[in-house]
Design a protein around this ligand. Structure first.
Ligand code: AMP
Length: 368
């Protein structure tokens, strides 16, 4: 296993298999073109290794050139293909063979075909080392390919993940664990923290409580703690920028997690949107938001009881507790609609024995 930026990759295609595939393509192309002088056009950046090895395997007269296009950012094809380095201008009347490292959705290929359709080449063919036949839109024939591969994110042998990994001799695939990411939703005292402790064990998830993170920072008197304190002790929400940044840092500290339980976050629409955007950049998403429902009078009793042992200033005073409920009603409750629109909102009765409630939550999770 290797790590590139925040992700882990495991071996997928060996150097030997790659070299055999390159040779197969070179032999097939040679059969068709060895009596001409074709121009091989590599598509940068990803194809540089393939082009080099291909040319070593293709020992007949030929020329070589490059174009540069780009459509990937992070793990997904953005759909925007830019031409960064244009076609050579001596290609009129010639046979051109495009050398691609990988054919994926076909968007880059469409742009290439478009580039060549404005020229008077004799003919042009497409040779790709890797070919994701399951996702390719099939618009154009792939004349030569080395290996068909399933729709996995791969790096190595010229291919990158945010520019890292191009120099690997073999190809690696993203080590994609099946993640479950949950938001535990509900008013203060609803039992989110208590239930998260059980769920994290049961489903092997990392529990992130923004309230706990703030309290940890307050206890250690960090800059963040000092900043948060004045808000927390009144029962107000801490400003979004501060909270979002803190949450993102904590997710990034756990690149190996098989999923997260977000407890006490998001609490505003801005936080929920920021969370979605942030997770998308990591190839992750929220699978479900589960609300623990209980009425205010029960919650106030629970919080006052907890305040006697927790020492939390915001648990010991009924006015502060009511202020936290007001904050919740105004700023957090609208998130129910936000997640309902995404089809992710689930509601669970939060009153009863702790293990009964864990079972209710488990039922929702297992049906995901
Ligand atoms: P909790 O332990 O979740 O009840 O959080 C305690 C306090 O920490 C809240 O009353 C807020 O002042 C602050 N806090 C926790 N999470 C957030 C959040 N997502 N956004 C803003 N403030 C938060």
């Amino acid at each position: 296993m290797i790590q590139l930026h925040d992700k882990f990759f495991k071996p997928f295609i060996s150097e030997k298999e790659i070299q055999q595939a390159v040779k197969r393509i070179a032999d097939a192309v040679a059969l068709d073109y060895k009596d001409q002088t074709p121009i091989f056009v590599g598509v940068l950046n990803g194809s540089f290794m393939f082009v080099a090895d291909f040319l070593k395997a293709y020992q007949y007269p030929c020329e070589v050139s490059f174009v540069k296009l780009s459509s990937y950012h992070g793990l997904t094809s953005t759909g925007i293909v830019e031409t960064l380095l244009d076609l050579p201008d001596n290609i009129g009347g010639r046979s051109v063979i495009i050398l691609e490292d990988i054919i994926d959705t076909g968007r880059t290929l469409k742009e290439l075909v478009h580039l060549f359709s404005n020229t008077n080449v004799k003919e042009f063919k497409i040779a790709s080392l890797f070919y994701k036949s399951e996702v390719y839109n099939g618009e154009y024939a792939i004349d030569y390919f080395g290996l068909k591969i399933p729709d996995r994110f791969i790096v190595g042998y010229g291919l990158d993940y945010n520019e890292l990994g191009r120099n690997l001799k073999e190809v690696y695939q993203l080590n994609q664990k099946h993640m479950i990411n949950l938001v535990l939703f509900g008013k203060p005292g609803a039992g989110k923290g208590t239930q998260a402790e059980f769920l994290k064990e049961k489903y092997n998830l990392k529990h992130i409580s923004t309230g706990d993170l703030f309290r940890y920072n307050m206890k250690n008197n960090t800059e963040l703690g000092q900043l948060a304190k004045s808000y927390i002790n009144k029962g107000d929400l801490v400003p979004d920028e501060v909270t979002i940044k803190m949450l993102q840092d904590d997710v990034e500290k756990n690149p190996d997690a098989s999923g997260f339980i977000f407890d006490g976050f998001p609490r505003t629409t801005a936080q929920a949107k920021a969370l979605d955007t942030f997770l998308t950049t990591k190839g992750m998403k929220i699978d479900a938001t589960i609300a623990l429902e209980a009425n205010d009078e029960i919650l106030i009793q629970r919080l006052l009881e907890r305040g006697k042992v927790s020492g939390r200033a915001d648990d010991q005073d009924e006015d502060k507790i009511r202020n936290r409920f007001d904050e919740y009603n105004q700023k957090t409750a609208p998130l129910k609609d936000f997640y309902e629109e995404q089809g992710k909102f689930h509601s669970v009765n939060g009153i009863g024995a702790i293990d009964e409630i864990t079972m209710r939550l488990g039922k929702v999770i297992e049906e995901l």
